[in-house]
Design a protein around this ligand. Structure first.
Ligand code: ADP
Ligand code: 5GP
Length: 207
């Protein structure tokens, strides 16, 4: 893939909640602040400690979210674990205007909607996989941000997300086992365009 094409092709990052997407992306934005731009989604969920409005998400009320839906302001939107999440047209355009590669962190419902309704965006679809379901549970618990109910919803969603990944919906899989190893694979894939550097989806015996 040429560098020019690589610069403009958006990257969709998807994977079960707690698998380490934000951790990996944070490292990428710190190392390459001028190269990548994050598509800041809207959400109705409450901010977690350390999350900043306008950087991690645009934190809005359900009413504000639904107003934006009515105004056709979203490329895609979905409900996840009792909250609404959506990618606004503006979020993606803002990154494009800055000439950076646009990175979207969305769930599998969003992936399906982009594939169906916006194929012209032609993103590279990257699935970040946990090494096992038990490690996913340990990470979600360790993060200490979710209620029991939210944890159950996220783990239940993970099973469907892993099934979707198994169907071959993603261009590349990166297994976030060791953080540094996974980060290096991710960089090879999205910076060097080496999609063949990706991992195999693990066989989830504990699913
Ligand atoms: P996501 O954005 O996918 O929901 P996070 O980036 O918030 O996930 O990571 C969930 C938790 O797992 C965090 O506490 C994070 O520090 C931890 N974590 C991320 N990557 C790894 C890894 N490779 N090994 C162990 N823990 C990790
Ligand atoms: P979290 O609450 O853990 O930040 O995110 C929960 C899930 O929502 C994750 O799978 C994340 O990728 C997804 N998500 C975040 N923003 C969006 C978005 O704009 N659209 C969709 N469809 N999913 C999103």
């Amino acid at each position: 893939m040429s560098i020019a094409a690589n610069l403009i092709r958006p990257v969709v990052i998807c994977g079960p909640s707690g698998t380490g997407k934000s951790t990996l992306l944070k490292k990428l934005f710190v190392e390459f602040p001028d190269r990548f731009g994050f598509s800041v989604s809207h959400t109705t969920r409450a901010p977690r400690p350390g999350e900043e409005n306008g950087t991690s998400y645009h934190f809005v009320t359900r009413e504000q979210f639904l107003d934006l839906v009515k105004a056709d302001g979203f490329i895609e939107h979905a409900e996840f674990s009792g909250n609404m999440y959506g990618t606004s047209v503006k979020a993606v355009e803002d990154v494009k205007k800055g000439g950076k590669m646009c990175i979207l962190d969305i769930d599998t419902q969003g992936v399906k909607l982009i594939k169906k309704n916006h194929p012209y965006l032609n993103p590279l679809y990257v699935f970040i996989s946990p090494p096992s379901l038990s490690s996913l549970k340990t990470r979600l618990t360790g993060r200490g941000t979710e209620s029991e109910q939210s944890m159950s919803a996220r783990l239940a969603a993970a099973v469907g997300e892993l099934d979707y990944a198994k169907s071959g919906a993603f261009d590349v899989v990166v297994v976030n086992d060791d953080l540094e190893r996974a980060y290096n694979v991710l960089k090879q894939v999205i910076i060097d365009g080496k999609t063949e550097a990706g991992d195999k989806l693990p066989h989830f015996e504990d699913k």
